[in-house]
Design a protein around this ligand. Sequence first.
Ligand code: NDP
Length: 247
Amino acid sequence: MTKYNGCAVITGGSRGIGASIAEEFAKKGFPVVINYNSNEESACTTLQKIQNNGGKGIIFQCDVSDRKSVDAMTKKAISEFGKIYALVNNAGISQIKLFTDITQDEWHKMVAVGLDGVFNCCQSILPYMIHEKNGRIINISSVWGVYGASCEVHYSAVKAGVIGLTKALAKEVAPSGITVNSIAPGCIKTDMLLGECDEQTLSELANETPVGRLGTPQDVARAAVFLASSQADFITGQVLGVDGGFC
Ligand code: NDP
């Protein structure tokens, strides 16, 4: 049976999908580490909501692409809560651009946040999970990581990389009692999507989604909580689509 002792570390937990994941984990009784990069106010708002509902947590600023800062976050999580049960690699950035216009710097930044960030957090936290012979890693990919998106080649490549990392790492750490899964969300109404689409495009995306609406952060958060639950003990190395049938 799964032991739930330890906290959940959620990268990019200040806003959007990550904030909802932090709230859902807190509702299940996990203390949460809400990581953010620059938006301290949103991180505080998320923590306040959790505390108002009787949950526990801390906020922690760190750029997931910076290994030293990630290690500091891991140490803080351990010193504050003793153990880390779950890691949700959710932090991410996006950009819409023709492939031929993507600069080297933009490519490297996309990889640094979206893929190095997942590597850094997994490698920093895994020794503690392996010591416990227990843990859950959930990596937020995207439908574009599975199917590819025009004008988002760097984003799609990074999200496909997250899936490869998930599948391989799942095999490596399964004997240590740790599961590693990925979620591939479809179109979810957050700052990221709103920054890319005008009202008309949003309504077209909702129409193209078979269930007839855009996803909510909570749709993704519930899937993440499921993958961390004892019901998902035998599920590892998988990509769970949360896309309303979009792909
Ligand atoms: P948002 O833009 O709403 O939020 C992004 C979050 O990531 C923020 O908390 C932000 O922190 C954090 N973040 C960004 N860069 C860094 C960094 N370098 N280090 C640490 N944290 C960082 O995005 P969403 O909630 O929409 O997306 C969350 C995840 O879901 C992403 O990985 C995204 O690719 C994926 N996704 C989203 C979809 C969608 O339709 N929205 C669809 C498919 C996948 P801060 O607040 O400090 O800026």
